[in-house]
Design a protein around this ligand. Structure first.
Ligand SMILES: NC(=O)c1ccc[n+]([C@@H]2O[C@H](COP(=O)([O-])OP(=O)(O)OC[C@H]3O[C@@H](n4cnc5c(N)ncnc54)[C@H](OP(=O)(O)O)[C@@H]3O)[C@@H](O)[C@H]2O)c1
Length: 320
C-alpha cells in the first residue's frame, strides 16, 4: 500500500483557516471552478480564493440561491449544474469549454450526506451518483481546459470514507440501503478518483488530491433528524452545538481544500489524501476515524472504479 501517506511538516493544522493557508499567495490571473461554492465549505472556499485574487466559477444546482449567497464577492460567476444529471454536467462543461478559458483549480466540493434512499438518472443511488459520478463526468469533460503543467483537481472526500469501501457487487445499493454506508462508499470513491486521476494526469503536470475537511456544522446535515444529532452529542434539544471545540468553523473547514488546490508545499506530489492541511497518515489499527483507509488508496481499486465510472457515465478523457 502507498507509503506516500505521511506528514510533510506543512506547519498548518486543524485550526488553520483558508485565509491562513493563502497568506502571501497571490492568485491573480488564476481561475477556479468550485462545485457547490455557495454553501458551507464551498462558500468559504470561494471567498478565500477570490480574496487572494482568483476568479471563481461556481456551478450551482440553485443558481439564484448561489447568486444571493455570493453577493458582494468580486470575481465570481455562477452557472447552472446539477451533478445528479449527466446532461446538465455535459451542458455546463460545454459552456465552459466554449468560453475558451483554462482552469487552474477544480474543487469537487459539492455533496450530499446520509439522505433517505433516493434514485437519480437510470436508478443510480443518489450519493454515489452526485458525490462521485457527477464529478467524474465533470472533470473528464473539463479535461481539455485543465491548465497543463499546473492545474490541480481537488476531490472533497470525508473521514466518512471509513464507513465503507466500494461495494463492488451492488454499488447502487439495490439491496439493504444504508444511508451512512452509502455515504461512506461515495466518499471512498472520491479518494479513489483522485488516486487514479493523478496517475493518468501527472504526465501532463496536472495533479489530484483528496481530503477530509474536518467536522463542520453546515447545511450538509440537512438529512439528519434533530434526534440523530442529539444522540451523537452534536447539539442539544434546542439545536445548540454541544461541543464547539469538536467542530471546525467553516473557514477552518475550507482550509484543507484551499491548501490542496494552491499550496506550493504540495508541488511534485499528487494522488494523496489530506486532512488538517497536511498529508494524512494511514488509518490507525484501533478503528479511530482518522487517516486514510487502505481501501481508499488502493491503485487497483482506483483503476477498477475508473473503468466502472467511465462505463456508467459514458465519459473518459483518457480512453485509448
Ligand atoms: N460539513 C462537514 O462536516 C463535512 C465533513 C466531511 C466532508 N464534508 C464534505 O464537504 C463537502 C461540502 O460540504 P458542506 O458541509 O459545505 O455542505 P453544504 O453546505 O450542504 O454544501 C454542499 C453543496 O453541494 C451542493 N450540491 C448538492 N447536491 C448537488 C447536486 N446534485 N448538484 C450540484 N450541487 C449539489 C449543494 O447545493 P444546494 O445547497 O443547492 O443543495 C451545496 O452547495 C461535501 O462534499 C461533504 O461531503 C463535509
Amino acid at each position: 500500500m502507498s507509503t506516500a501517506q505521511h506528514k510533510i511538516g506543512s506547519g498548518f493544522g486543524a485550526h488553520s483557516t483558508a485565509g491562513d493557508v493563502l497568506s502571501g499567495i497571490d492568485l491573480s490571473g488564476k481561475l477556479a471552478i468550485v462545485t457547490g461554492g455557495y454553501s458551507g465549505l464551498g462558500l468559504e472556499t470561494t471567498r478565500a480564493l477570490t480574496q487572494a485574487g482568483a476568479r471563481v466559477v461556481v456551478p450551482a444546482r440553485r443558481p439564484d440561491t448561489a447568486r444571493e449567497a455570493l453577493q458582494g464577492l468580486d470575481g465570481v460567476e455562477v452557472d447552472a449544474l446539477d451533478l445528479g444529471d449527466l446532461e446538465s454536467v455535459r451542458a455546463f462543461a460545454e459552456r465552459f469549454l466554449d468560453s475558451g478559458r483554462t482552469v487552474d483549480f477544480v474543487i469537487d466540493n459539492a455533496g450530499i450526506m446520509a439522505c433517505p434512499e433516493t434514485r437519480v438518472g437510470p436508478g443510480w443511488e443518489a450519493q454515489f451518483a452526485t458525490n462521485h459520478l457527477g464529478h467524474f463526468a465533470l472533470v473528464n469533460r473539463l479535461w481539455p481546459a485543465l491548465e497543463p503543467g499546473g492545474a490541480r483537481v481537488v476531490s472533497v472526500s470525508s473521514g466518512g470514507h471509513h464507513l465503507s469501501g466500494i461495494r463492488w457487487d451492488d454499488v447502487h445499493w439495490q439491496q439493504a440501503y444504508d444511508k451512512w454506508a452509502a455515504y461512506g462508499q461515495a466518499k471512498t470513491a472520491n479518494v479513489l478518483f483522485a488516486v487514479h486521476l493523478d496517475r493518468l494526469a501527472k504526465g501532463s503536470g496536472v495533479r489530484a488530491f483528496a481530503l477530509h475537511p474536518g467536522a463542520i456544522l453546515t447545511p450538509l446535515q440537512r438529512h439528519m433528524a434533530k434526534e440523530e444529532m442529539v444522540d451523537r452529542g452534536w447539539i442539544d434539544e434546542d439545536g445548540t452545538p454541544l461541543n464547539p471545540e469538536g467542530f471546525k468553523t467553516p473557514q477552518q473547514g475550507a482550509a484543507t481544500q484551499v491548501w490542496a488546490a494552491t499550496s506550493p508545499q504540495l508541488a511534485g506530489l499528487g494522488g494523496l489524501y489530506l486532512e488538517d492541511c497536511e498529508v494524512a497518515e494511514p488509518a490507525p489499527a484501533d478503528g479511530a476515524m482518522r487517516g486514510v483507509k487502505d481501501w481508499a488508496i488502493d491503485p487497483e481499486q482506483a483503476a477498477r472504479l475508473w473503468t466502472l465510472s467511465a462505463e456508467l457515465t459514458g465519459v473518459n478523457a483518457f480512453a485509448v
